[in-house]
Design a protein around this ligand. Structure first.
Ligand code: NAD
Length: 415
């Protein structure tokens, strides 16, 4: 590609798009030039944020097709809700097929699809359109994860052998929009929403630097999920009120706690283990990510709430609820951890820089739709394990057509 700068358009103007826009101050050689969203007001707000931060003269388009048609737009970032994945991708591919415009690449937020069939279709569509593809799993770009992996593999592994156990947990008090809570719209509960991060981060840590994901073969998977908090009547009522009756956890809950244990084999046949925990019923300062890696003579420990900055507010400081200390903040007084730059810490800056540089170089990003599909395959196997109450050998035979009970609106652990 002859271009030296990339013009980027965002699809969706919600929570994660705002994160990406803020991250862009650390991304080189690309400008945010377009936004499309279901609500025009939100799109205008996001475009105004991009212009205010001087990360691009973003304008709002009426449709994806119109944005594709603008020669200034070279790549799209899909950041709309999970239930819109296929309609969004189909419109992009259709616009290109009808010669409306040209693109170099597309990136897509996690999860790539609500089930294997959807994720596989996303991959087929980018291949059909001849686009480069990036899967937006920010945690494999988080500086602490990348640096921890680098040090272990450089100093520890050559002398003492490879790591054998990776643990990852992602926990907070619950998502910000009603559609996340609805199994049919989102694809599941916390397992689908957050275990996608943990399984991929842990897989990344156990994979030798520079090796493809095929260096590790998933062998079997055991998972557990239930609804611990949000099915309790008081909390179910709270969810219902927050969503004008849309969310009904007494009749149609999704899991708010889930864990999985994945056994892998490496190329030498060694057993490796990934252990993940995810929760929407965590009570603490806010979002907590923990990542760990263990080998024969070393370990890596990351806890995002062990921040370098803490602030204290006495009980007389009665401020408004906000998210200015940490994502999914739960309180505003007392001794509070603050993450000074979440866009850097969680990996968004390095993720976006990698995607931009890959697209400008005409290279497929290292984290791409094939990875997104593999993550979905693991998550669907985890749901099978939960439903059948047993360990599942990977890959199970009917993975491609499987839709979890929670995504069909038929799951209820109290029934
Ligand atoms: N990497 C992460 O840690 C992370 C964090 C949050 C969300 N996400 C993912 O990002 C995606 C969006 O999540 P969010 O929290 O920003 O959701 P959100 O509900 O806050 O925002 C979604 C936005 O998409 C718009 N939208 C809805 N349908 C659309 C359509 N058909 N075309 C274009 N725009 C449409 C909405 O108007 C809204 O502006 C989800 O897939 C989610 O899983 C990732």
């Amino acid at each position: 590609m002859a271009k030296k700068r990339l013009g980027v358009g965002f699809i969706g103007a919600g929570f994660i798009t705002r994160f990406h826009i803020r991250s862009w101050v650390g991304v080189r050689d690309a400008d945010i030039l377009g936004i499309v969203s279901r609500t025009k007001e939100r799109a205008e707000e996001a475009a105004a944020l991009a212009r205010k931060l001087n990360v691009g003269q973003a304008r709002v388009y009426d449709s994806i097709t119109e944005m594709v048609a603008d020669p200034a737009i070279d790549a799209l970032w899909i950041c709309s809700p999970n239930y819109t994945r296929l309609e969004v991708m189909e419109e992009i591919v259709d616009a290109l097929a009808r010669g409306k415009g040209e693109l170099v690449g597309v990136t897509c937020e996690k999860p790539l699809g609500r089930n294997v069939k959807e994720a596989r279709r996303m991959l087929e569509l980018v291949e059909q359109a001849g686009l480069l593809d990036g899967y937006l799993e920010n945690q494999v770009f988080a500086p602490a994860v990348v640096r921890g992996k680098e040090l272990i593999w450089k100093r520890g592994v050559p002398l003492c052998g490879r790591p054998y156990l990776a643990r990852a947990a992602e926990e907070h008090s619950g998502p910000h929009e009603p559609w996340f809570w609805d199994g049919t719209l989102q694809g599941g509960g916390v397992l689908n929403d957050m275990m996608c991060h943990s399984v991929e981060e842990a897989r990344f840590m156990l994979t030798p630097p520079g090796k493809p994901r095929q260096a590790l073969t998933p062998v079997r998977l055991t998972a557990y999920a239930t609804c611990l908090k949000w099915q309790r009547p008081d909390y179910a009522r709270q969810l219902s009120q927050q969503s004008q009756g849309q969310t009904d956890y007494l009749r149609r809950p999704a899991e708010d706690f889930a864990r999985s244990l994945i056994e892998y084999r490496d190329e030498a046949g060694e057993i490796l283990v990934v252990e993940t925990t995810t929760s929407w019923c965590y009570v603490g300062a806010g979002l907590r990510l923990t990542m760990e890696l263990f080998g024969p003579e070393y370990s890596v420990l990351v806890n995002t709430l062990d921040s370098s900055l803490r602030v204290f507010f006495s009980r007389r400081v009665k401020g408004e609820a906000g998210e200015d200390f940490v994502e999914k903040q739960n309180a505003e007084t007392g001794l509070m951890p603050v993450i000074p730059c979440e866009e850097v810490e969680y990996g968004y800056v390095d993720e976006n820089r990698h995607m931009v540089q890959s697209f400008l170089a005409g290279r497929r990003p290292e984290e791409n739709f094939s990875d997104g599909l593999n993550v979905t395959e693991l998550l669907m196997t985890a749901y099978m394990s939960v439903e059948q109450g047993r360990t599942i050998e990977f890959p199970p035979p009917d993975l491609d057509s499987y839709v979890p009970a929670v995504a069909r609106g038929e799951w209820n652990p109290r029934r």
